[in-house]
Write a protein that binds this ligand. Structure first.
Ligand SMILES: [Zn+2]
Length: 446
């Protein structure tokens, strides 16, 4: 199952520099896309509130034809009709997500706050010899090919966007073949933290890039300048662009760091164990720094999820049902209290722990206990804070879980699942040893 190469849909994003005419046409297209989306949303909302009618995609598509014929919306005819149709499809998707209770009610798009973008399907662009020409344009886009597209592949969908910093992007959706990486025996626990972006169970710490501090000062200065400018003035627009550029710089660097980190982790390890941070946020949600690190953490987790899936690795997500910071990773004893300012502590058993490394080791141990016996591990505790399983797994193989031992079942399986329960219990009750889990010795526990 793992060593087979497979095809995935993959978006390749490039920067491009439009000519003034192209920029003008695209800016108008963005405006029309937003207008159509908002009109259709309004039509669907009023139809429901006034007449309890459900308006579907086909009905909004018919409305669009009508709008184009009116005098005040005649400008919709000046741009390609495909992005407008796609906007209606996106709205349909937003409503489907709402009805499935995956998202809130769709909201109106704003000129200043929403992402300016337009989606072109195959009928609305021409792809010849690696040159991309959009509908209603005469020359191809001047794209900076920062990386090659997969061999012989033509894009099936093209999305053009302009970010807050005024940069233009084109995203090309292509078929790509992914070859899983050769298997390794390494496993790694990853702890997200305040002081470091992540701490690994091997003892390594990944800091946020240091130059972010300098950018923080620049950002503060630019924001102060922006606040002093008169509303609606040209200088205010310039100052806003400056702030947006600094934000973009910080975000770009963070994404770059996260990509490098996640690729390295996936390449070097077969099993990666991370914490479900949303649970952790519920536990102590009080500092802004946490929220910032959370943003990076969520992004890193998404990257780890898809890269682990692509390259045949296993990602285990552990709920925080045991105190990873307070537990000694050597003997399993749980300290009574562990304030955030304690970076180094000594367990009564003699082990000296770095707070974050110790937590990462505990996360790894919890994850390995799960992979050893399936997702059947449940916290053996009397508190009823959460009613769900202690550990959920992202890997399809592991989500099956292990059913309770039945008559005639292999005794070995039973004993392994027993060990895991003992392990879970030892973490929930104070001062017990690990029993036989985690499997010992481990390469990263030296
Ligand atoms: Zn100890």
């Amino acid at each position: 199952m793992r060593s087979v190469t497979r095809c995935v849909q993959r978006a390749f994003k490039f920067r491009f520099y439009p000519t003034p005419e192209q920029a003008d046409l695209l800016n108008r297209t963005f405006g029309c896309v937003r207008k159509v989306y908002n009109l259709a949303l309004e039509a669907r909302t009023t139809a429901w509130h006034q007449r309890q009618e459900r308006v579907n995609y086909n009905a909004t598509s018919a409305m669009l034809t009508g709008w184009k014929k009116t005098e005040e919306l005649a400008f919709l005819n000046e741009v390609s009709c495909v992005p407008l149709q796609q906007a209606l499809r996106h709205l349909q998707g937003a409503f489907t997500a709402f009805f499935d209770k995956r998202a809130g009610y769709p909201r109106f798009k704003s000129k200043h706050k929403s992402r300016a973008s337009a989606e072109f399907t195959q009928s609305a662009f021409r792809w010849t010899d690696g040159r991309l020409t959009l509908a209603k344009m005469t020359e191809p886009l001047k794209i900076i090919w920062s990386r090659p597209l997969p061999d012989g592949q033509a894009p099936s969908t093209v999305t053009v966007s302009r970010d807050a910093a005024g940069r233009w992007w084109v995203s090309l959706l292509c078929q790509d073949t992914i070859t899983p990486l050769p298997a390794t025996g390494h496993a790694m626990g990853i702890d997200a933290g305040l002081h470091h972006l992540v701490t690994l169970s091997s003892g390594e710490k990944a800091t946020n890039p240091r130059h972010e501090c300098a950018d923080r000062d620049r950002l503060a200065r630019a924001q102060r300048e922006l606040a002093r400018k008169d509303k609606g003035s040209a200088n205010r627009a310039k100052a806003r662009l400056k702030v947006a550029r600094i934000h973009a710089r910080i975000a770009d660097r963070r994404r770059d760091t996260l990509h490098k980190l996640s690729t390295r982790l996936v390449r070097e390890n077969q099993t990666l164990v991370i914490e479900d941070l949303s649970v952790r946020n519920m536990v102590k949600n009080r500092s802004l720094a946490r929220a910032i690190s959370d943003a990076g953490w969520r992004e890193l987790r998404n990257m780890l999820e898809y890269k682990a899936d692509w390259y045949g690795r296993e990602l285990v997500v552990v709920d925080r049902w045991f105190p990873s910071s307070k537990t000694c990773s050597a003997c399993g004893a749980v300290a009574k209290r562990m304030p955030l300012n304690v970076r180094l502590w000594t367990c009564p058993c003699g082990a000296v722990h770095d707070r974050d490394v110790n937590a990462a080791r505990n996360i790894l141990a919890a994850g390995l206990a799960v992979t050893a016996c399936g997702a059947g591990v449940r916290p053996q505790r009397d508190s009823s804070r959460t009613g769900r399983s202690a550990v959920k797994q992202e890997h399809p193989r592991a989500t099956k879980g292990i059913p309770a031992p039945r008559d005639g079942e292999d005794a070995n399986v039973r004993s392994r699942s027993f060990q895991c329960r003992v392990f879970a219990k030892s973490h929930a009750t104070l001062g017990h040893r690990y029993a036989n889990a985690p499997p010992d010795p481990l390469p990263c526990f030296s």
